[in-house]
Design a protein. Structure first.
Length: 224
């Protein structure tokens, strides 16, 4: 028995949606705007389903990428996936987004897959990258982590982070962006990472560490 109809959602970088039935990709859609997660994710899901003459009620599973990635983007994607899974009454599986890129690499580029380990890296901003280490078969052996490119192991590296720092990472031919179709078709067979986002660090909008001064207004009751 196959996996049934699976919807994949990932907002760890850009907005990615994929749809697959029994491991066969039916549709993919992407919006390459890192600031459009809130406005574009739900319409994109509806579009993908509508183009296949399907609705949320037809889903059997939902897979969501947990990052690592920016705070706001991950929060939007994971919250939307939780709501959709609840509405459709289907299981929700969370996976590390870097694992999806590793699966893409092994599947799409078997002729250039390294004999040994390789890395997947994505942009963490602040002149850093999110990364994880994988065996040649795509199994994760270390990470995910966040660090400066100079602190990343000197191994063949794929993913959108590799192209950002070609002089500091050992970039090789491989996927430069997560494929929502791979997430949908392979996600149920990747390591279950729960449903909590993989932030790896605190959000940029941190809570204040010092109390703000508060002015106390005194009422002069002698004034009528």
């Amino acid at each position: 028995m196959g996996d049934g109809l699976v919807l994949g959602i990932d907002t760890s970088t850009v907005v990615n949606v994929g749809l697959a039935r029994d491991g066969v990709v039916l549709a993919t859609a992407v919006i390459n705007d890192r600031m459009a997660h809130v406005e574009q994710l739900t319409p994109l899901v509806r579009q993908v389903l509508r183009e296949q003459a399907l609705t949320v009620a037809d889903l059997d599973h939902l897979v969501v990428g947990l990052g690592p990635g920016p705070f706001t983007g991950l929060r939007v994607g994971i919250a939307s996936a939780r709501v959709l899974a609840l509405v459709a009454s289907v299981p929700l599986r969370g996976v590390c987004s870097l694992d999806v890129l590793a699966a893409q690499y092994v599947h799409e580029h078997p002729h250039v897959a390294p004999d040994g380990d390789f890395l997947v890296a994505t942009d963490a901003r602040r002149k850093e990258v999110y990364w994880a280490r994988y065996a040649a078969d795509g199994g994760r052996v270390d990470g995910p982590r966040v660090s400066a490119p100079d602190e990343v192991p000197a191994l063949p590296t794929i993913g959108p982070g590799a192209s950002l720092y070609p002089d500091r990472l050992s970039a090789v031919l491989g996927p430069g962006q997560l494929d929502g179709g791979v997430l949908a078709s392979r996600g149920l067979h990747l390591i279950d990472a729960g449903t909590e986002p993989l932030y790896l660090r605190r959000p940029d909008a941190a809570l204040p560490t010092r109390r703000k001064s508060v002015l106390t207004w005194r009422v002069d009751r002698s004034v009528r």
